[in-house]
Design a protein around this ligand. Sequence first.
Ligand code: ADP
Ligand code: MG
Length: 247
Amino acid sequence: MTRGDVLVSVDNLSKSFTGAEGHELRVLHNISLDLRAGEIVALLGRSGSGKSTLLRTIAGLIAPTTGSVRYRGTELNGANPGTAMVFQTFALMPWLTVQDNVELGLAARGIPPTQRRERALNAIDLIGLDGFESAYPKELSGGMRQRVGFARALVLEPDLLLMDEPFSALDVLTAENLRTELMALWQQDNFPTKAICIVTHNIEEAVLLADRVLVLGANPGHIRAEVPIDLAQPRDRKSTAFATLVD
Ligand code: ADP
Ligand code: MG
């Protein structure tokens, strides 16, 4: 696998849910996209445009109504083995320590205890949680909790890291720190993931992090525009241009 190879491809994906009175709620319409090794892609759209639903179908947590999601060429039939997810609200297990939260997914994958421990400690160290192995989530700040969320995802060494508004629940300074650290880690050769797909409703965040931004329109969610990020352009000018694309 080299830079530019397709990790995940979504083809003509549509998703409907059945509403309370049995009517059909169309959430995603005819979405096609590729996610490639080496890139960070932002899915940008307003609340309700179907961003989380799209991310969950890529993760294989929900099945498309029509169309398909493929991972390394194979159509998903259940969870996507090449992905791990970071959630807006962290979704940690409050009764487990940091270490045990990070090890949980490895246990589910049948990794033996000694390897689990070593991999978890590496991920904890990588994300700056050294010394907090025995702490419980409630003892940690929001920023530290989200670090646990990152460690829990990265320890799985997913080809594709999926992040659903990972910084939205944090204060602006904490979010800024964590974003900067993530970008520094992403540049390192030992970063354990090949591509990132981040969902956000924050234009500046999308422009700052991504190589490519897919702008989703709503009702039903569809890809409205695909915008490559030209790093030579001033950032603020780009943000203004984006504002006209997001409905
Ligand atoms: P976003 O993440 O962009 O805010 P979502 O993907 O969460 O959007 O939701 C898009 C639409 O789909 C919303 O109208 C939401 O209520 C609806 N929706 C999401 N999940 C379900 C579900 N499991 N059942 C019914 N409707 C859902
Ligand atoms: Mg969402």
